[in-house]
Design a protein around this ligand. Structure first.
Ligand code: NZQ
Ligand code: ZN
Length: 388
């Protein structure tokens, strides 16, 4: 087991009626709130009115219209609003896109250059002071409600990049499962694939981490059990609650305690989203089984066999390569059973940009060096072709 630090300072308010506690938490940060939200789902569900009502003692400035795959333009707009209105605290009400946008705004306020410059230089110390961010989560997916990451897109340069810093961690996140009852089946499926991917990105590794692996397997089994129920019965509280907590646990550091990071599938998917603006979880569901088949080898087979037995309940007496392939097949079948399109062709994507996408992924991430199975641009092109 590798050394690790585990400190997640997000105050999680989980369950029914927890929104009521939010004003008390937010009051410690100030009175002027930038309320960040997406394309209107919170207005249709009535959550917008509930939030406004709960925060009636605060001065609220609205920033709606955050895009799925949030754009740097919206980050710039939000940072300008924070400066102009002397905002004290941000409240993101929505999914990962809204939360990520709020996080990036919270750092861009104090960054002297352009917001995209900050994103490009985040790993070189561009992120420092931030405004506090609180969240009200509306979809179980990214785990942004309990991690220090944000993913921002620049459609002009065709780039989607992750910024990571402890100061981006939300101060408080309200997790009311009922706020996810209105998530459509398509987004519930994509979010579930994303949660599973966060676990699988770190599960496959060479470290001896029995306890961490058991936690990973439990989160995976939780999603496998409850995602189909949430799709069939959108207002099933137990299913929505379990998916919501799985979303946070998958990426808050618990599932990779003592392990190296990988994130190969995410880095490949971010290229697809940057070029084709596809839904993150759908891209992951397509890429992951093909990545698995590509990296299956003498070095990795034992872990894939363990995945087949411990997550999918397959027969441990089967020959290990056969077992490993059966586990991958089970995963693919599961995603298909959630009605996720399982080829890039179904999304209208052809191979014309694969070479530049693969090169960008290697140049801008650790995919070619620190991954469990490092990938060259040629490897990535081959994986993407298998996804067609
Ligand atoms: O914009 P609105 O109208 O709110 O609608 C959203 C959006 O259309 C809708 N939605 C959300 N909650 C809903 C709802 N519709 C009805 N009822 C509700 N309760 O769902 C659509 C997708 O929302 P979005 O926020 O984009 O989804 P998600 O949470 O999957 O976020 C995806 C973004 O997060 C990034 C992804 O790359 C992508 O940009 N990620 C962030 C991570 C992080 N910060 O740690 C890690 C992830 O791996 C991921 O990369
Ligand atoms: Zn993800």
């Amino acid at each position: 087991m590798d050394n690790f630090e585990f400190c997640v300072g997000t105050d999680i308010l989980f369950g029914k009626g927890q929104l009521e506690k939010l004003p008390g938490v937010m009051a410690q940060y100030g009175k002027k709130v930038l309320l960040v939200y997406g394309g209107g789902s919170i207005k249709r569900s009535g959550l917008y009115d509930r939030v406004k009502n709960a925060l009636k003692e605060f001065e609220i400035v609205d920033l709606g219209g955050v895009e799925p795959n949030p754009r740097v333009e919206t980050v710039r707009k939000g940072a300008a609003l924070c400066r102009e209105k002397n905002i004290d605290v941000l409240l993101a009400v929505g999914g990962g896109s809204t939360i990520d946008c709020a996080k990036a705004i919270s750092a861009a306020v104090f960054y002297e250059g352009d917001a995209w410059d900050m994103v490009l230089n985040a790993a070189k110390g561009a992120i420092g002071k931030t405004l506090p961010v609180c969240t009200v989560l509306t979809i179980a997916a990214t785990g942004s409600e309990m991690d220090g990451a944000a993913v921002i897109s620049n459609m002009e340069t065709k780039e989607k990049l992750t910024i990571i810093h402890p100061n981006l961690l939300p101060k408080c996140s309200v997790l009311e499962p009922e706020n996810t009852f209105s998530v459509p089946a398509r987004q519930t499926a994509a979010g579930s694939a994303d949660i599973m991917s966060h676990v699988m990105e770190v599960y496959f590794g060479a470290e001896d981490t029995f306890l961490t692996d058991c936690i990973c397997e439990s989160v995976l089994k939780t999603v496998i059990h409850y995602a189909p129920i949430a799709i069939r019965e959108p207002e099933n509280y137990t299913a929505r609650a379990n998916l919501m907590w799985a979303s946070s646990l998958a990426i808050n550091g618990l599932c990779n305690a003592g392990k190296a990071h990988d994130w190969s599938c995410h880095y490949i998917e971010h290229e697809l989203s940057a070029y084709y603006d596809i839904t993150h979880g759908v891209g992951l569901a397509i890429v992951t089984p093909q990545w698995m088949r590509y990296v299956l080898s003498d070095k990795t087979v034992d872990k894939f066999a363990a995945f087949a037995v411990n997550v999918w309940g397959l027969d441990p007496h089967t020959e290990k390569f056969t077992l490993a392939r059966q586990g991958i097949e089970k995963l693919e079948q599961f995603f298909r059973s959630l009605d996720i399109p399982m080829t890039l062709g179904e999304l209208g994507i052809k191979d014309e940009h694969f070479v530049e996408m693969a090169k960008h992924a290697v140049d801008f991430t650790g995919i070619g060096s620190i991954s469990y199975v490092p990938l060259t641009p040629e490897d990535i092109v081959k994986i993407l072709r298998e996804c067609l």
